[in-house]
Design a protein around this ligand. Structure first.
Ligand code: ADP
Length: 234
């Protein structure tokens, strides 16, 4: 069984069918780029996978645990950085990660915080409150809380959104370093991110999967990725 198994997921908000019959699976070692225009249903799918929202129908299974039936076990294997990487702004980076480590019930929170600060290159700002950080550092704090328990499954909603090229490079580098051991889903609307980071691409539009294939195959669709994207999502 793959680390992520999504089967026939459905979710509506009132009359809006945000996610329609979505199925896919993700194995260890895969970094799936989740692409789609605004409003396509990417965030909703991620929220269903992380158990934050309950599906109207279908199932999401993380590391063998159904996220609705066994939410605690599923969440133990899952790290999630929501869009905008929200954090408690008045806490320092170290305090926030300590809080995340304690919420996770980790046996050695101080060590995990130290390891994660190092991994995410946050040591130099560890004593600074989150509110005072640049956007690049704030996004890395969101990423750091998602990986503090070294989860097998990582779900990242636009982790490089709004970052400058150096900051993007840094987040991608950290992610690539750990990707071989994990199943990762990264939503993005930055098409260059696919070639840089992903092994596979899932395109979603109007709540439906429009394409699910290897990065190599996706890149063969055309030299102009913007045009490929428009064609698939129109
Ligand atoms: P994406 O992440 O691809 O931009 P979303 O999953 O956020 O897409 O949204 C999918 C659709 O569901 C959109 O039409 C959006 O307006 C709608 N939607 C998202 N969240 C809510 C909500 N809390 N209440 C009502 N409609 C929502």
């Amino acid at each position: 069984m793959a680390l992520i198994e999504v089967s026939r997921l459905e979710k509506s908000y009132g009359a809006i069918r945000a996610v329609k019959n979505v199925s896919f699976s993700v194995d260890r070692g895969e970094v799936v780029g989740f692409l789609g225009p605004n409003g396509a249903g990417k965030s909703t799918t991620m929220k269903l996978l992380t158990g934050y929202l309950r599906p109207d129908a279908g199932t999401a299974v993380v590391a063998g645990f159904d996220v609705v039936e066994h939410p605690v076990a599923a969440k133990a294997h899952l790290g999630y950085s929501p869009e905008g990487a929200p954090a408690y702004g008045e806490m320092t980076v170290r305090e926030f990660l300590r809080f995340a480590a304690e919420l996770r019930g980790l046996t050695d929170p101080a060590q995990r915080v130290a390891d994660t600060l190092k991994l995410c290159r946050l040591e130099e700002v560890a004593g600074q409150s989150v509110d005072t950080l640049s956007k690049g550092y704030r996004m890395r704090v969101g990423f750091a809380q998602a990986v503090i328990h070294d989860p097998a499954v990582l779900i990242l909603d636009e982790p490089t959104d709004g970052l400058d090229p150096n900051q993007k490079f840094e987040v991608r580098r950290i992610l690539k370093d750990m990707a071989a051991r994990k199943a990762v889903i990264v939503s993005t609307h930055i098409l260059e991110e696919i070639a840089e980071l992903c092994t596979r691409v899932i395109v979603i539009a109007q709540g439906e999967v429009r394409c699910d294939e290897s990065k190599e195959r996706f890149l063969q669709r055309g030299a102009d990725l913007n045009q490929v994207f428009r064609k698939l999502t129109a």
